[in-house]
Design a protein around this ligand. Sequence first.
Ligand SMILES: [Zn+2]
Length: 252
Amino acid sequence: MIYEPSNRMSDRIERKIRPFRSRRLMKFEIDRPIISITFDDFPKTAISVGANMLDKYGWTGTFYTCTGFAGITNHHGPQYDAADLPALEASGHEIAAHTYDHLDCTRLSEAQIQDQIKRNRQGLADMGVKQPVTSFAYPYGATNAGLKGFLGEHYHAVRGIGSGVHYDTADLNELKSEGLYSNSFKSTLSTLSGLSRRPGWYTLFTHDICENPTRWGCRPNEFETALEIIKSLGAIVLPVRDAVTYLENPHV
Ligand SMILES: [Zn+2]
């Protein structure tokens, strides 16, 4: 059974008001779109299709890693294994954190979250990741005002799954991100195309990239279509860590 976070009325209200709580705002001005392409969990196809396609465009992405998933197979297919992380790092991709066990952090005590962060950091180091790990994504996008402050103390850029483009400001304690999913592909493309009229920072995330994706993944041709549109926009494509560094400095 695949875990999904609670959708009770109180949780839906919390999700509506949370973007305005525990914020750590980064203000920016840009005259070209910035795109960050990210992969959560992540299965082998995120590398064999996703990273390989990015390489062809000369771009790099962010891989949010649960080290407890190394070498296992789940509903997204076979997951990355230990040798994949140094190879991704050598190709310039950002390796980021996503807890050790892929747990809903809103259901954990502070001590349990600390333990997840610590074990995941150790797991990344054990697999040979050398870069400082400064980005984190909430599993299931699940968070609350307290967690936003807490995770923001541990990581410079913390990503959620709230959809939308960042115009002028971004909350570094809960960055928005759009699922690059087959199910919502057309609307994502339309948002991407709209960046030519008003540039912003748009982050995308996906999981499996294969011909029969789960509802959290997309097909290879859809992934490539998105990259082609991004290229036609003249967008700057950067991993989340580098996009934040770029946006923190004036460019206009
Ligand atoms: Zn995840």
